[in-house]
Design a protein around this ligand. Structure first.
Ligand SMILES: [Zn+2]
Ligand SMILES: [Zn+2]
Length: 291
């Protein structure tokens, strides 16, 4: 049976084709993905995704899943080798998604000082000893407002921005996913005062805002962050945005990137960025997104 388009005639989100970038991908060198790197490269070539960033996880809390999962040497060797194999067809960047925790900021800084990447994402995740772990979340949110319940998450996001360490801040409000049992994503539009200082700090820091499409695959049902946040970032003077599927499965490569580009374009951006402070003319959004 043919899939019917949802109301308004819009197609459901799918894997994108003919887009400039998917800057957030996990391979088998992440503990929560089994996708061979080569499979992303082949899909990128097939679909006309001209540039991809491989951003496997790196955690700093001893015992966390990506604390000592794949060595830097192995990750670098594999991604650089793929970049050479696919040169001229797909541009492949050696990136990393570092779990940001303020208590490990010194270790993160030291890692980035002594290891070379093309691209770094700093992301706040729910840690096993933090308030959003499944064992603790219900008792943590009990009696709290949304602003109160999200405060520890966003305090860490603010610290990640302030650190100045990253090219981009990953999934700015993935807290929506952790708290979905209590608050739907739409509720966050009622706490703009929580986002405002983060966006101002992001503009001042020069790091990019990532529009992370994985929320379309989660019960959250919207990007991290949602369209109104991207629009507000632009209004506040934001100049740098990037897009990523945050894929952990072959079928999630470039998933939702069409929608992410639409949100970026609607906010007033005509191009994407990758590395901090590198202005490139070749990540311009295709004609169909232009306003
Ligand atoms: Zn993440
Ligand atoms: Zn990720």
């Amino acid at each position: 049976m043919e899939k019917r388009a949802p109301e308004g005639g819009r197609r459901p989100p799918a894997q994108a084709s003919d887009v400039p970038l998917d800057a957030h991908l996990h391979t088998e060198l992440s503990p929560d993905s089994a996708v061979p790197l080569e499979l992303y490269c082949a899909q990128a070539a097939e679909r006309g995704v001209r540039e991809i960033a491989i951003t496997d996880h790196l955690d700093f809390m001893p015992g966390a899943p990506a604390y000592a999962y794949a060595s830097y040497q192995r990750r670098e060797r594999d991604v650089r080798a793929a970049a050479e194999r696919w040169a001229g067809r797909v541009t492949i960047r050696f990136g990393v998604e570092l779990t940001y925790e303020s208590r490990y900021e010194d270790a993160i800084r030291e890692h980035l000082r002594t290891h070379s990447y093309d691209y770094s994402i700093g992301s706040v995740h729910a840690m096993s000893d933090g308030p959003y772990d499944r064992s603790r979340a219900a008792s943590f949110v009990a009696g709290k407002s949304l602003a109160e319940a999200t405060a520890p998450y966003f305090a860490e996001v603010a610290a990640a921005i302030q650190s100045g360490l990253f090219d981009t801040i990953g999934h700015l409000d993935m807290i929506k996913r952790y708290l979905i049992r209590w608050w739907p994503a739409a509720d966050y539009a009622a706490i703009p005062e929580v986002y405002e200082p983060l966006l101002v700090a992001l503009v001042e820091s020069g790091a990019a805002l990532e529009v992370n499409a994985s929320g379309l695959r989660h019960p959250t049902g919207e990007m991290y962050p949602g369209p109104w946040v991207v629009a507000r970032f632009r209004e506040l003077g934001g100049r740098r945005v990037t897009v990523g599927s945050d894929s952990h499965l072959p079928s999630c490569f470039a998933f939702g990137i069409e929608e992410a580009c639409e949100i970026v374009a609607a906010a007033g951006f005509d191009r994407l960025t990758l590395q901090r402070a590198v202005d490139r003319g070749d990540l311009v959004l295709p004609e169909r997104f232009r306003r």
